[in-house]
Design a protein around this ligand. Structure first.
Ligand code: DX5
Ligand code: ZN
Length: 218
């Protein structure tokens, strides 16, 4: 990993206790998280349904943490404006859901608004699929599980993909799925610098301790 990229932690809200969401978010904020990873699922691109712009809009009111919105939805270009209006600071689209030409339009729009754009790819999607769009995005989110559910096992075969990506991409490389102290070390060694972690953080008693541990890996 290039020395200048510091490790950033993006707790994935999906593993929080939704019956006291505001409290969970405030705890994560004071635990020195760098952003809040929000998983949006449509029951179509992935076999689960989570939250949408209505909830994100209210989350925006109660935290200063950058909102890192991970869209796991089909035809994201139809709904992206709602997520912008809700207050997203970063939006990640899946390469499996949007062709390059449409991504280019979204990229120009987000740039004007000062919103960072990420591209994500599933474990079985080769790096070659995102290579043509790397110049349109600010960061890449490498999926290390098949998206849909928290608490899945990290798929180690994505490590060479992270390594190859780091060789050609200077921006943030985030990894999402099955991150814990051990897998975090592996992905950081491979070249990633942003860790999206759900169950490992939210199932812990002390969020701050876990986040601190993830930040000092090497
Ligand atoms: C997977 C989501 C992830 C996930 C992370 O579909 O995009 O953000 O909830 O959860 P853990 O860290 O438990 O794998
Ligand atoms: Zn995610």
């Amino acid at each position: 990993m290039p020395k200048k990229l510091k490790i950033k932690i993006a707790p994935s809200l999906l593993s929080a206790d939704f019956s006291c969401l505001a409290r969970e978010i405030h705890k994560i904020e004071s635990a020195q998280a760098d952003m809040l990873h929000i998983d949006v699922m449509d029951g179509n691109f992935v076999p689960n349904i989570t939250i949408g712009p209505v909830v994100i809009k209210d989350i925006r009111k109660i935290t200063k943490l950058p909102l890192d919105v991970h869209l796991m939805i089909k035809r994201p270009e139809l709904l992206i404006d709602n997520f912008i209006a809700a207050g997203s600071d970063m939006i990640t689209l899946h390469i499996e859901t949007i062709p390059g030409a449409k991504l280019k339009v979204q990229s120009a729009k987000l740039k004007k608004k000062g919103i960072r754009l990420g591209i994500s790819l599933n474990p079985n999607t080769p790096l070659s699929k995102i290579k043509p769009v790397l110049n349109m995005v600010d960061f890449v989110l490498v999926m290390s599980v098949y998206p849909g559910f928290p608490g899945q096992k990290f798929i180690a075969s994505v490590l060479p993909k992270i390594k190859q990506l780091r060789a050609i991409f200077k921006g943030d490389i985030a990894v999402d799925g099955g991150i814990n102290q051990d897998t975090a070390r592996q992905v950081v060694r491979a070249g990633a610098n942003v860790l999206a972690a759900g169950s490992y953080i939210f199932k812990a008693k002390n969020y701050h301790q876990v986040i601190r541990g993830l930040k000092c890996l090497i």
